[in-house]
Ligand binder design. Structure first.
Ligand SMILES: Nc1ncnc2c1ncn2[C@@H]1O[C@H](COP(=O)(O)OP(=O)(O)O)[C@@H](O)[C@H]1O
Ligand SMILES: [Mg+2]
Length: 464
């Protein structure tokens, strides 16, 4: 009996030590270097149930300083373990992590990197959002859909530069605690669906690459199993990269149709996770499951608020202008943060930060910034011929046009029945807006299209 008790004692002491080691390991990994002597003394002191006052005395530091250093340690531990750690729950949490990892190791199902925690994040590619502004309404809506209503698939749509990626990253920062597993991937370089599936399954599940099913259906089913087994949040950013250009919005590029199957399956099948997609265009085939009370939702992102837009510009430099000039400038760019950032340098360098002079220049309908032109060009080049025609028509009108009027002016009579579909597609691409008075282009886009139109005329005149 004595021997049995001693065994348990030794075992507990070992666990205790292992838990302490785990804390050191997690913090060092986060810092990218070992703990310094003060940090180690604090960790050890707290581990031995000493007060901050005791630790301060022992280390000849002020209590305030000890508290600051400790707060930083708890933050790094919380980030590393994926749950809030503090002085009070330090031991309990670490010992639980050691215990859980032992169980997992016993089951032999998980690799070494999973040792750390049941809550894991792989979001290194998400952008920094420390300067993120506003969007409180959008964040509330998304959080409600994703956390409270447990939607299975959420689409974040909007034109390039409007802030989809930033918003998704901010959202993750707010809700990641609610999920066991969070993974962020970017489709910018158009990986195949097989690559993405095996990547996701390896992170969310327990399989190695070698035992993945060979068929697409099998892999999708396996992913859904992972989404069912754990509460996961998966973000796929820049989905437009796998969508077709020059066609009706939302069709998949050749060789990428598997993504359609994947998205549909994630939207339709019962599981406890969420797939968040950001895209300039809406991928095809999701409308059937989408709706106010259905598990697939779609948020069309508009420009940011005036106050936030001003702040973004102010962070870049100093500008002078009246209230109404600020408003005109921001509205001209539709509150697109990227566009505003791009013109900020121009206003500064060429107009000494004087908004009025810049606006005067804009009046002459010249697009100033090359990068902005490129951004719009990328979007425009993805359009079908019919979509381009509608854009030209709207640019020439310079005011809202209703569908009946568009029908009348619309090119070849054969194409007229396609008009509603073309308009819907352009709205899904966030290139046109619908108001009570009709359809219209945002000023920035209108100027770009007008510019193109002029070039087209010049080109055809030059030819003849
Ligand atoms: N709410 C915001 N607050 C501050 N900066 C923002 C905000 N939204 C977007 N930005 C900035 O605008 C730029 C474009 O945003 P991004 O999210 O990349 O757009 P998208 O993904 O829609 O193309 C980035 O530099 C981003 O940091
Ligand atoms: Mg983006």
């Amino acid at each position: 009996m004595m021997i049995e008790l001693r065994k348990i004692d030794v075992n507990l002491a070992e666990k205790h030590e292992e838990a302490f080691d785990l804390a050191e390991k997690v913090i060092s990994a986060k810092r990218g270097k070992p703990l310094n002597s003060l940090q180690r003394a604090i960790l050890k002191g707290v581990w031995q149930d000493q007060t901050y006052e005791d630790i301060a005395e022992m280390t000849h530091c002020s209590e305030g300083h000890i508290k600051d250093v400790a707060a930083d340690l708890w933050k790094q531990l919380s980030d590393g373990l994926g749950e809030r750690v503090g002085k009070k729950n330090l031991k309990a949490i670490l010992e639980r992590h050691v215990q859980e990892s032992e169980i997992l190791q016993l089951e032999g199902s998980l690799g070494d990197e999973r040792f750390m925690s049941r809550k894991r994040r792989d979001c290194d590619l998400a952008p920094d959002v420390s300067r993120f502004l506003g969007r409180t309404e959008e964040l509330t809506t998304l959080e409600q859909w994703i956390v409270d209503e447990q939607c299975r698939l959420v689409l974040l749509l909007g034109m390039g530069g409007i802030g989809k990626t930033a918003l998704a990253a901010k959202l993750i920062e707010q809700v990641h605690d609610e999920f066991e597993l969070v993974i962020w991937r970017n489709l910018r370089n158009a990986p195949t669906v097989e690559e993405v599936l095996s990547d996701l399954i390896r992170f969310l599940g327990t399989r190695e690459r070698s035992d993945l099913p060979s068929s697409l259906d099998g892999s999708i089913m396996l992913l859904v199993e992972c989404l069912r087994a754990s509460h996961c949040l998966v973000v796929l950013d820049s989905v437009e990269a796998i969508l077709q250009s020059g066609d009706r919005a939302g069709r998949y590029r050749e060789g990428y149709r598997g993504y359609g199957q994947l998205f549909k399956c994630v939207g339709k099948t019962v599981h406890q996770s969420c797939l968040l997609l950001t895209s300039r265009e809406k991928p095809q085939g999701l409308s059937a499951e989408e709706g106010k009370t259905l598990p697939v939702r779609c948020l069309q992102l508009k420009g940011i608020g005036l106050a936030q837009a001003r702040e973004i510009l102010r962070a870049k430099s100093t500008f002078t202008g009246t209230e109404s000039q600020w408003r005109t400038l921001i509205e001209y760019y539709g509150g697109n943060p990227l566009a505003l950032k791009l013109v900020a340098a121009e206003i500064q360098e060429l107009f000494d930060g004087n908004i009025a002079s810049f606006l005067e220049f804009l009046e002459q309908r010249r697009l100033v910034v090359d990068e902005l032109y490129d951004l719009l060009e990328q979007q425009f080049n993805r359009l079908s011929d019919l979509e381009k025609e509608v854009m030209y028509l709207l640019a020439m009108k310079r005011q809202p046009v209703d569908i009946a009027e568009l029908q009348l002016t619309f090119l070849l009579p054969d194409s007229r029945p396609k008009l509603p579909e073309v308009l819907r597609s352009l709205m899904q691409r966030s290139l046109i807006e619908k108001t009570a008075a009709g359809f219209l282009l945002m000023p920035m886009i209108r100027e770009y299209v007008t510019n193109r139109l002029n070039l087209r005329f010049q080109h055809s005149n030059g030819k003849t």
